[in-house]
Structures are given as structure tokens and as C-alpha cells.
Ligand binder design. Structure first.
Ligand code: CA
Length: 227
């Protein structure tokens, strides 16, 4: 899952980036409005948006985000004393806000709630047949047995399983896994898909010929012995 962090304070930005990366997010940081505009279009699930930026107010980006083919959810970061900013942000289309200074676990929890609402999910966990994903704990199990996953494997499973009817192209999955800074190795999606098939079952991820991949809940029956 990809998130754009628009924040000009480098210390705060790197703390947030490090924290969210451990949560399985691929984080791009934009320190100015101009850099944030240059990041579009990109498949961000959410944008974490500071308002006081060197080249203007973060609120001015909201119309641009709203015009994206799949508009990201926007969480606005506001200063303690700027109630009017919060009201204006929400009125202008922001989905949530957090008052600085904030705790990283709270930011992380709010992003999970945003993702859940976007997916139309009422429960905190993602249940797909034998597979249960608990985003708060970052735990995945098949038939109740925990599955060990790297941060990128986890991000890929969440993206696929959250939208099981959707076919993802290879480049869409690459976009889910990588930030602009991270070089994408060729065939990396195939490598991860094959690792996930070993952990969840060969039929857990269907290849849709000529288009890409989709999650198949019925096929996710657990780890396979090496053939
Ligand atoms: Ca700022």
C-alpha cells in the first residue's frame, strides 16, 4: 500500500516514514506542494497532508487529489491552535485529521481505519476464506495458523486480498510495493507472487493471462510442501 507524506519538517517526515514502512506501507515524502504535485498520478491509498508548507497551504492540493482516477483518502495534520484549518480541511474533502504533536501509533491506527472505510469493511480484520488478516497486529493466518511475511509480502497480500474481485496488473503491484526512491527489479512481482503461492497455496493468486493477477480466496488453503 502506498502513502504520500506531504511534510516539510525533515525530522518528523523521516520518523513517520520509518514507522509506516514497518507497518507495510511504501512511503513517498514530498516536502513541498510542488514535489507533491509531481508525485501525481500515483496509486496512493492515502495522503498524510501537512498544511504549513514552504510554498503554500496543503489544502490547495485537495482538488488535485480529488481529480485522481482513484482519489486517495486524505488525513490532514494540523497545529493545535488552528481549529479553522481542521474545519476547512474536512469541508474541502479531507477524510480525517490529526493534531500535532501526535503519536505514531495513533497515525497508524487512523490510516488503518481509512483503508477499512475505503474498502467498505465494517470489521477491523480482513477475512477471505481460510485467510485472516489483522492489520492492527500486522498478522496473517491461514486456517488459524500464523504465516510469517516480510513487509513487502504483507503489503502485497493486503492489496490483493482487500480487493479479491480486482485484477491487478504487474505495474500496479509494483506501484504498491515500491516508492519512487526504491528501484524496481525486473520480475520482482513474479518473485513475490511465487513466494506467496508457496505460503498460501498455489491457487491463492490466479494469473489472469495478459492482464495480471488476482486473489482467489478459495485457493488460499495454506503452505505447500516444496514440489
Ligand atoms: Ca509544516
Amino acid at each position: 500500500m502506498r502513502v504520500l507524506l506531504v511534510e516539510d519538517d525533515p525530522v518528523l517526515a523521516s520518523a513517520v516514514r520509518d514507522y509506516l514502512t514497518r507497518d507495510g506501507w511504501a512511503v513517498d515524502v514530498a516536502p513541498t506542494l510542488a514535489v507533491a504535485r509531481g508525485c501525481m498520478p500515483a496509486p496512493y491509498v492515502t495522503v498524510v497532508l501537512d498544511l504549513g508548507l514552504p510554498d503554500g497551504s496543503g489544502l490547495s492540493l485537495l482538488p488535485l487529489f480529488a481529480r485522481q482516477p482513484e482519489p486517495p483518502a486524505v488525513l490532514v495534520l494540523t497545529a493545535q491552535d488552528r481549529l479553522s484549518d481542521r474545519v476547512r480541511g474536512l469541508d474541502a474533502g479531507a477524510d480525517d485529521y490529526l493534531v500535532k504533536p501526535f503519536d505514531l501509533p495513533e497515525l497508524s491506527a487512523r490510516l488503518r481505519a481509512i483503508v477499512r472505510r475505503r474498502a467498505g469493511r465494517r470489521t477491523p480484520t480482513i477475512e477471505r476464506g481460510a485467510v485472516t488478516i489483522d492489520p492492527a497486529a500486522r498478522e496473517v493466518s491461514v486456517n488459524g495458523r500464523p504465516v510469517e511475511l516480510t513487509a513487502r509480502e504483507y503489503a502485497l497480500v493486503v492489496a490483493l486480498a482487500e480487493a479479491p474481485e480486482r485484477v491487478f496488473s504487474r505495474s500496479q503491484l509494483e506501484d504498491t510495493l515500491y516508492t519512487f526512491d526504491g528501484g524496481v527489479e525486473s520480475n520482482i512481482v513474479e518473485v513475490y507472487v511465487s513466494r506467496l503461492r508457496r505460503k498460501f497455496g498455489r491457487a491463492a493468486i490466479r494469473t489472469v493471462r495478459g492482464i495480471g493477477y488476482r486473489w482467489d480466496a478459495a485457493g488460499a488453503t495454506g503452505a505447500e510442501a516444496d514440489a
